[in-house]
Write a protein that binds this ligand. Structure first.
Ligand code: SAM
Length: 281
């Protein structure tokens, strides 16, 4: 069954009385070139793949050819009748019905991928929840090699921006702390059914074995980052003193110690400077 063929999808979905739910970010891939490239970038034949949101299984099927085993987590239980039909010839795929944000992914990886040489995450993520899923995957420190996902183009640009550039934000710093991020390729909106209002991009986050910066207190660092980017037009001193208990004097002092002007904005600092600021406060 060709799962990127529009007619086939329509026939299967009609047969099962399935209609797309916008609230679940259901835009299914119909561009046949995309899934092979994603699967190739994510994994090899000895690896296990965790997929989030298989939909009718177009990427799942490709991953099942490329990887040793695929475990796909799907929130929409209406697909319980569809997926056994569309993935009938994939005997290395298991679907778990539940919310990827709530399931114990550590336990799933431990239980399902014990016989695999490495695990990765690969998905065409639902737009409504892209950054929370990416951050959850990174912050929960899963034993994975990479996260290869399709996200909105704007989200891709923010997630993969250079720290210290105008495009960076709190999420850029967080991603950079845990992983090396790159945009692999762009995918236009007409590659999906139904077509969303925005274009997309596939990004790959290669998980760092050790962070590139040394922090005395991870929690303090992330509190500062969140606060530092909260009011982007203000200086670092003003936004952090407005949104935390640190005084302007403490912040000026810490900036001076690391050789930075008191008028800098958070987006101008490199990873090392952000780490130094946090460690000096
Ligand atoms: N992988 C398919 C494709 O590429 O055509 C479908 C991708 S579609 C953009 C997103 C999928 O994620 C949908 O199947 C949706 O039901 C599912 N989904 C939405 N929220 C979810 C969640 N919290 N946990 C797991 N799956 C979710």
């Amino acid at each position: 069954m060709n799962l990127s063929d529009k007619r086939t999808i329509e026939t299967v979905l009609k047969k099962h009385g399935f209609s797309f739910k916008k609230s679940l970010g259901q835009n299914f891939l119909i561009n046949p070139d995309v899934c092979p490239q994603m699967a190739e970038a994510a994994c090899d034949k000895n690896m296990g793949v965790l997929e989030i949101g298989p939909g009718i299984g177009v990427l799942t099927k490709e991953l099942s050819h490329t990887a040793k085993k695929v475990v796909a987590i799907e929130l929409d239980e209406r697909l319980k009748t569809v997926l056994p039909e569309t993935l009938a010839d994939c005997d290395n795929v298991e679907v778990i019905y539940g919310d990827a944000m709530k399931l114990d992914l550590h336990a799933i990886i431990k239980e399902k991928f014990a016989d695999c040489e490495g695990v990765c995450v690969c998905a065409n993520l639902p737009y409504y929840i892209t950054s929370p899923i990416v951050m959850m995957l990174l912050e929960s420190k899963l034993p994975i090699h990479n996260i290869t996902v399709m996200v909105q183009k704007e989200a891709a640009e923010r997630l993969c921006a250079t720290v210290g550039s105008r495009e960076s934000g709190a999420v850029t710093v967080a991603v950079n702390y845990y992983a090396k991020a790159e945009i692999l390729f762009e995918v236009d909106r007409y590659s999906f059914m139904p077509a969303p209002n925005v274009d997309s991009a596939v990004i790959k986050l290669n998980i760092r074995q050790t962070p590139e910066i040394k922090l005395n207190d991870e929690k303090k660092f992330f509190t500062l980052i969140k606060s530092g980017f909260a009011q982007r037009r203000k200086t670092l001193v003003n936004t952090i003193s407005n949104t935390t208990n640190y005084s302007k004097e403490q912040l000026r002092e810490a900036l001076k110690k690391i050789g930075l002007s008191e008028t800098v904005r958070t987006e101008q600092l490199t990873m090392q400077e952000l780490a130094d600021l946090s460690n000096n406060l």
